[in-house]
Design a protein. Structure first.
Length: 92
């Protein structure tokens, strides 16, 4: 479990030969447009992760309600940076 300022990222090994991403974006994160933006950002960051096919990890991303205070650009940048940092820590 990795807690960041705008998200909580939980990881656990799985029995498969590849990694999977799970998203839990609640209405506390904003309206439908913002929630979909946050999900797109997470999916894109996960898709670009180099070790996605090399490791067998399930990753669950839960944005915190504090992300609602940020504008679209800052929210997407914060979530992208936090997910990339968590993925970097997992690949070590």
């Amino acid at each position: 479990v990795q807690k960041f300022s705008h998200s909580l990222i939980i990881s656990q090994s799985n029995h498969l030969s590849f990694s999977r991403l799970g998203l839990a974006v609640s209405k506390k994160s904003g309206n439908a447009v913002r929630r979909n933006l946050l999900k797109r950002v997470c999916r894109e960051s996960f898709r670009l992760w180099d070790h996605r096919t090399l490791t067998n990890i399930d990753i669950m991303v839960i944005p915190s309600p504090s992300i609602k205070k940020l504008n679209h650009d800052r929210a997407s940048a914060a979530l992208r940076d936090e997910l990339q940092l968590a993925l970097l820590n997992l690949s070590k």
